[in-house]
Design a protein. Structure first.
Length: 478
């Protein structure tokens, strides 16, 4: 076999003779540029007749597909650098195929290389504008790079081509809310129930409720009962629980029923204003006059920063729950949470290794407590007293802390709802609710926001927290 053809076959993979053109040749991986030259040479050797261009094209197409297949296997194992190498070779072999660019973009995004991901997504969308996920990825990478207004322009173009793509609408909602465009942001947020996977899982539930009573769109609630149902994550449910009391104070609602995730039921017994709790998929819902997803309230009332019901606490725990968890007062008691759920779509950006918090260890006069489930704590952090998820138990412990320092997870929402000071360590491209260029939060008056100056760079964030914590210790000792 021609040596160049052997190189082309070797680069394609080590699983077999490739497409019947030769035997396996064992060798280390090649530089991608050399590999591309070798593949082209392999095609020329295998199909020297220029009139046989179709066969040569088929050979290259099949070779690209083989590289993509191997790349997918590596990406599934989260071996992103190796997958990227294969996907990049596939784009060189078959640059006219949008899916090769899309695969490269996906792996780059998950590896945290947003600049490369943005370029590859853009190429895929340019070749085939009908691939909605390419537009979404292009905008998402642009967002992660901190180019938020540019991301909105990309999404605007995408919606002209894909007006019914719920994920693009949802991304537009998040970007708009981040930049303070509440009118558009809340309107776009409501598109989540229209079609797609989210609507299948949640919109079907909403439509079944509509058969019992209408959706609340702002009508008088005086003397009425409204059913609010939670959605998305635990933190979302806790954050928007504030509107239960608001509905009674501001709209004269007679009764508020809340239908929620079963694991939150015990905690929500202590949320201001709830008259009845039912657990999703477990308990029947008694009669009600209106219903609404709790996260749709902002759209109905045209919520802005100025009218967010930000009073805390709005979860009041009785003394008998908290007294048994009192902590020694000879030091500042600070809770730490450094990781969210790994399955969260943005967890790679929002979470950090515990080692990143190591500089906090040097602050004297502080006792650190882990609020992190499912992982061991270092020796300088006191471990959780109990294992297993129990929101009410966690709330009773957090209520005895002086401060919580955490990444953007439900722990921060729980502490905020309890009225405990929170130092929120947030990613360079933050979640919409933390907005931009502010150290406070319109949602939680006792939150202080520490923002990354660069993507995935935590050291400067932690250094600022260390300096501020030393000041807190001085104040506490006076």
């Amino acid at each position: 076999m021609d040596s160049a053809l052997q190189i082309g076959v070797r680069r394609a993979g080590k699983d077999a003779p490739v497409f019947g053109i030769g035997s396996e040749v064992q060798a280390p991986p090649l530089n991608a540029v050399v590999a591309r030259i070798a593949v082209q040479r392999a095609a020329e050797v295998a199909f020297p007749d220029e009139s046989n261009g179709a066969a040569r094209g088929s050979f290259l197409s099949h070779l690209a597909a083989h590289l993509v297949g191997r790349g997918h296997a590596l990406a599934s194992a989260r071996a992103f650098p190796a997958a990227i190498d294969l996907f990049r070779d596939a784009t060189a072999i078959a640059p006219e195929r949008p899916e090769t660019w899309h695969n490269l973009a996906e792996a780059s995004f998950h590896a945290g290389d947003f600049a490369s991901g943005r370029t590859a997504y853009k190429r895929a969308a340019t070749i085939d504008p009908g691939i909605g996920s390419a537009w979404l990825g292009w905008a998402s990478c642009t967002y992660q790079l901190g180019r938020f207004r540019e991301a909105i322009r990309i999404l605007d173009r995408a919606l002209l081509i894909h007006p019914e793509n719920v994920k693009i609408h949802f991304a537009m909602a998040q970007a708009s809310l981040l930049l303070g465009d509440f009118r558009r942001g809340w309107r776009e947020y409501e598109q989540r129930f229209e079609s797609g996977t989210y609507a299948t899982e949640n919109g079907g539930y909403v439509h079944s409720l509509a058969e019992i009573a209408p959706v609340w769109t702002g009508e008088s609630l005086a003397g009425k009962t409204i059913l609010l149902h939670t959605e998305q994550g635990f933190g979302d449910a806790i954050q928007f629980a504030r509107f239960v009391g608001w509905l009674k104070r501001e709209r004269g609602t007679a009764r508020v029923h809340v239908n929620l995730q079963a694991s939150l039921a015990n905690l929500f017994r202590y949320v201001d204003g709830i008259d009845l709790i039912t657990r999703q998929e477990l308990d029947p819902c008694p009669p009600f006059d209106y219903h609404l997803a709790a996260m749709s309230i902002p759209s109905v009332i045209a919520l802005t920063n100025e009218i967010i019901p930000a009073g805390v606490p709005y979860i009041h725990l009785p003394a008998e729950l908290t007294e048994g968890r009192r902590l020694a007062q000879d030091a500042l008691n600070v809770g730490l949470c450094w990781r969210g759920r790994p399955e969260h779509g943005n967890d790679r950006q929002r979470s950090m290794p515990i080692e990143a918090l190591e500089p906090l260890r040097g602050v004297q006069g502080v006792r650190f407590h882990s609020l992190q489930l499912g992982t061991d704590s270092p020796a300088w952090v006191m471990p959780l007293r109990e294992t297993g998820s129990d929101w009410l138990r966690d709330a009773a412990f957090i209520a005895n802390l002086d401060l919580v320092i955490c990444v953007d997870t439900a722990v921060g929402h729980l502490a905020g709802a309890l009225g405990i000071p929170v130092w929120l360590l947030t990613a360079f491209a933050p979640d919409w609710r933390w907005q931009l260029k502010r150290r406070d939060s319109p949602w939680y008056p006792k939150h202080r926001v520490y923002r990354q100056a660069k993507p995935r760079e935590w050291s400067e964030v932690i250094d600022r927290a260390v300096s501020d914590l030393k000041l807190e210790v001085l104040r506490d000792s006076r």
